[in-house]
Design a binder for this molecule. Structure first.
Ligand code: HEC
Ligand code: HEC
Ligand code: HEC
Length: 193
């Protein structure tokens, strides 16, 4: 009897602490890096790894894509890996809390990673959100703390726009086509969210 009462009390107290904790946590989410996502999304990770998006930091190096750069009046001999004009679209979370700072300080955040498209995971990966014990999470709850389910506008507003030297005014962005080569293998979700 005593133990049962105690357990109930502890469970209640624990629940209250968890609630208080989650309310206090509604802060700016920070970036965690693609390796964290790999643990639960291996297929997406492995197929993403092969894409040009994953490797897009390499494009900033001197000598890379020289012909394309010449055509667009970008100096093919110059090293752009520290150029703040290029970093927002060729790294993950540049200038944001927990995001890419520099190749030396945050080498794990180079390229267009999961969180460039799906939002920083610092909050939505916490207990009660996207976890293995909560596979049936409510999507609306995760969207409130930073998860992004990308649409065409997500891509064009963030990166695929004429601020890029390689996107012209006449470029057409076809979301469905790009999804096939720029993202990862897509696997239907098992649960309702
Ligand atoms: C501890 C395991 C775990 C980790 C780590 C994890 N996820 Fe998930 N994720 C899940 C589960 C479980 C689902 C739901 C799967 C289902 O319904 O089949 C999911 C679903 C998703 C979805 C679908 C969202 C929707 O509801 O439309 C996206 C996008 C996603 N994860 C991205 C990420 C990203 C990005 C990371 C790293 C920052 C990440 N996940 C890390 C377990 C995880
Ligand atoms: C507004 C976001 C943005 C900025 C800023 C940006 N890029 Fe990019 N970059 C992109 C996108 C999007 C693509 C892919 C274009 C496509 O294939 O439609 C790209 C592609 C490239 C490519 C490959 C071109 C090809 O032919 O495949 C190189 C090289 C490159 N960028 C270098 C740079 C350099 C150097 C800078 C800075 C001077 C820069 N980018 C700034 C978004 C950006
Ligand atoms: C260039 C943008 C982009 C990147 C990078 C990206 N994703 Fe996605 N992801 C998408 C899009 C677009 C969808 C599909 C949304 C829809 O259903 O229309 C998606 C869907 C998903 C889903 C739902 C199930 C599925 O397979 O469609 C999961 C899980 C997911 N992504 C995880 C990841 C993980 C993990 C990474 C990094 C290894 C990652 N994504 C990198 C754009 C991206």
């Amino acid at each position: 009897m005593r133990t049962l009462g105690h357990r109930l009390l502890f469970a209640l107290a624990g629940g209250l602490i968890a609630l208080a904790g989650s309310a206090a946590r509604a802060e700016t989410p920070s970036y965690v890096g693609a390796k964290k996502c790999k643990a639960c999304h291996l297929k997406q990770f492995q197929s993403w790894e092969q894409t040009k998006m994953a490797k897009s930091f390499e494009l900033l190096k001197a000598g890379a894509y020289a012909d394309a750069k010449k055509k667009m009046n970008v100096d093919p001999q110059k090293d752009y890996t520290h150029d703040e004009k290029c970093l927002p679209c060729h790294t993950t979370g540049y200038g944001k809390p927990g995001g890419f700072v520099s190749l030396e300080k945050t080498p794990e955040l180079v390229g267009v990673q999961c969180e460039s498209c799906h939002g920083p995971g610092g909050e939505y990966l916490k207990q009660g959100y996207m976890t293995l014990v909560n596979r049936e999470y409510k999507r609306a709850e995760l969207l409130k703390v930073g998860l992004v389910v990308p649409m065409a506008e997500t891509c064009t507003l963030q990166c695929h726009n004429p601020k890029s030297p390689f996107v012209t005014k006449d470029s057409v962005f076809n979301f469905e086509e790009r999804k096939k080569k720029g993202t990862h293998e897509h696997i239907a979700l098992k649960y309702e969210h």
